[in-house]
Write a protein that binds this ligand. Structure first.
Ligand code: SAM
Ligand code: SF4
Length: 382
């Protein structure tokens, strides 16, 4: 921590176990060579030579659903004063874009329940028009898509991820504790009609939706949507035992191939995340398997995450973070012009990226969870 800008306040993991991982990482980092993509001038490169080109922003911790695996039934939402204003989010995101970030995803909580969220989306859309950003997208539960679909397209959004774990209205209500399936389905029709591409995100839940997943895949492909399956991750306390519903996707894939005789061939799409893609021969559609637990791909990781309170997390599954809100609202920033503010912010971002850990330590089995994070997914942004 010595020599680090005090305003950045990087919090390195508190537990001894994780600290020892950090030491190993530091040793590996000193011998790592920047990957070719990372060598361009001004790019954000972490200690392991990975270029950081993808920023995920949780714009709110609030949500109109209460999915069992994500949050408790009565979550304590953060006080509004702790949440970054839309202008502050734009300032941070734009600093990242100027440092080579090419993709931004807005998430949450539910991004479309944040008041005036379309202002931010339109504002960030300027980076697409200026050729500084390849993609502006969001992950949403779909409940508000009907009313926003056309505006999203007009702002430059061309693709959305929509979370949907079941097509059974009763089960949907049970999983989300309050969601209405028909609204999500209407939202999906609206975004497709507006010209956006859709990827469905489905959390695979043992004993809940596991037997419905083949039908869900065929439905998604029939609608022209890609679909990704996700393993439950140990993110925060939700009042439930996640080992009960953990379904390793490797088992599910075997079931699709061996029991149903489905032909899956590897699709080379690589988004630099924990997802690997396959083509299903009889539908022609794509299936992503997001396996942060049974197989992770941290070596290619290109992303960092900004929370609604301005904490920059370098890894979904570690506690290393930098407090960018403290930078934005610090005394040194008051009265400064745009260029000076940007410079301070970028300095803090660079200091933070220099501490991006090699990977996470999640592990889950039928009896045990390891690497559990204290924060729930709606805080970090899934
Ligand atoms: N509310 C939006 C939505 O549901 O799409 C965006 C935020 S949500 C936290 C983002 C994604 O995280 C969703 O696809 C959700 O299913 C997933 N998710 C939430 N908690 C999870 C957990 N514990 N393990 C795995 N995925 C989780
Ligand atoms: Fe809300 Fe998304 Fe979490 Fe479900 S997964 S409670 S929709 S933030």
């Amino acid at each position: 921590m010595t020599g680090m800008d005090a305003r950045t306040r990087i919090t390195i993991n508190d537990s001894a176990t994780v600290e020892s991982v950090s030491t190993e990482q530091a040793a590996a980092a000193s011998s790592a060579q920047p990957a070719p993509a990372a060598r361009q001038a001004g790019a954000l490169v972490d200690p392991f030579g990975r270029a950081i080109t993808y920023l995920r922003i949780s714009v709110t911790d609030r949500c109109d659903f209460r999915c069992h695996y994500c949050m408790s039934e009565h979550p304590q939402f953060l006080p509004k004063r702790e949440i970054l204003s839309l202008e502050e989010i734009d300032e941070v995101a734009s600093a990242f874009v100027a440092m080579g970030v090419r993709k931004i995803r807005l998430t949450g909580g539910e991004p479309l329940v944040r008041r005036n969220i379309m202002w931010l989306i339109r504002r960030l859309g300027r980076h697409l028009r200026e050729g500084m950003l390849d993609e502006l997208t969001l992950t949403t539960n779909g409940s508000q898509l009907s009313r926003h679909a056309a505006d999203l397209f007009a702002a430059g959004v061309r693709r959305v991820n929509v979370s949907l774990d079941t097509l059974d209205a009763e089960k949907f209500r049970h999983i989300t504790r309050r969601g209405e399936l028909h609204k999500v389905l209407a939202g999906l029709d609206a975004v497709r009609d507006a010209g956006l591409r859709v990827k469905i995100n489905t959390v695979a839940l043992k004993g809940v939706n596991e037997h419905e997943i083949p039908a869900l895949i065929e439905w998604a492909h029939g609608q022209g949507f890609d679909i990704s399956l996700i393993e439950t991750m140990p993110m925060g306390e939700t009042g439930e035992d996640r080992t009960d519903h953990y379904l390793p996707l490797s088992h599910l894939r075997q079931r699709l191939e061996n029991d149903l005789g489905w032909q899956l061939t590897r699709d080379e799409l690589n988004t630099g995340g924990p997802s690997r893609y396959w083509r299903l021969s009889h539908t022609g559609g794509r299936i992503g398997f997001i396996t942060p637990l049974s197989a992770h791909f941290c070596d290619d990781c290109n992303r960092v995450r900004l929370t609604a309170t301005g904490q920059l997390y370098m890894c979904l599954g570690q506690n290393d973070r930098a407090d960018l809100r403290a930078v934005l609202r610090g005394k040194e920033m008051a009265g400064q012009g745009e260029a000076a503010r940007r410079q301070q912010l970028q300095q803090a971002i660079r200091a933070a990226i220099a501490h991006k850990p090699r990977g996470h330590d999640f592990a889950i089995s039928s009896t045990e969870i390891r690497g559990q994070m204290p924060r729930t997914m709606n805080i970090t942004g899934g």
